[in-house]
Write a protein that binds this ligand. Structure first.
Ligand SMILES: [Zn+2]
Length: 248
């Protein structure tokens, strides 16, 4: 069976199907209502796309620096181009999609990550790092990590989840360098978006290990147990029938 989980985590699957952020239905049809554009800067044009869910009729808004509509005979059509990765061409959406991050991860953390990623896409590094730090901090609260400060809490998280590569959790500790009270404004410069991207990706990997992987393991084991049970049942039915047919 093909793995559809990647598609489940997208906003736009193709030019007609998406995962609706309002009614939370996956793989529903949407309609591109229209688009407009404005001057983001002297040279840059930004396109605004409004999309309506065919299921709940709610409208979402998406910003892109690219022209995403298909071009028919001399004019733009009323849908996105076929065969392009729409998600990667859009840098900001309202509402943001919760589907992008696995829904077994606590909602508050998902919201903060989505906000951090949105800010990062627009190069709002201060906002992005603040959201990332808050998201990591919320995780230490949810996981009841002990300690007076951020560093100790992260160390406690490492102890609690010894199965997670400690290097991954160490990366999370770096975020405090971005936001420590001692850091002066000019120190922000050293933290370019690459560092923040690394921390965010690492954070998602850690969240996956904490909230997703254990559940998936449980599901796999349950699935094997079900199959085994079925074989035992089938065997029993067979032998029962055999006894009835041929009672000795
Ligand atoms: Zn909908």
């Amino acid at each position: 069976m093909a793995d559809h989980s990647i598609l489940d985590r997208k906003y736009f699957i193709d030019s007609h199907i998406y995962n609706c952020p309002f009614c939370k239905r996956r793989h529903v049809a949407y309609e591109l209502l229209g688009s407009s554009s404005f001057n983001w800067s002297e040279e840059k044009i930004c396109n605004i796309y409004c999309v309506r869910c065919n299921s709940c009729s709610k409208i979402s808004m998406h910003l892109s620096f690219y022209e995403l509509r298909y071009r028919g005979a001399g004019s733009y059509g009323s849908s996105f181009q076929e065969g392009i990765d729409i998600d990667s061409s859009i840098f900001y959406s309202v509402p943001t999609s919760f589907f992008v991050i696995d829904d077994r991860i606590p909602r508050l953390v998902r919201e903060l990550i989505t906000e951090a990623e949105g800010s990062l896409k627009m190069n709002f590094l201060t906002g992005a790092s603040a959201c990332t730090r808050k998201a990591i901090y919320e995780l230490t609260i949810l996981e009841k990590c002990e300690g007076q400060d951020y560093e100790t809490k992260i160390k406690d998280l490492k102890k609690k989840y010894s199965q997670i590569d400690p290097e991954l959790i160490d990366v999370l500790a770096h975020i405090q360098n971005m936001t420590s009270d001692k850091v002066h404004e000019q120190s922000w410069q050293q933290w370019d978006s690459q560092n923040l991207k690394l921390i965010l990706e690492t954070f998602k990997a850690v969240l996956h290990e904490i909230y997703v992987e254990p559940q998936e393991r449980k599901d796999r084991i349950a699935n094997v147990a079900r199959l085994r049970e079925k074989i035992t049942e089938d065997k029993k039915i067979k032998s029962d029938t055999a006894t009835k047919v041929n009672p000795n």
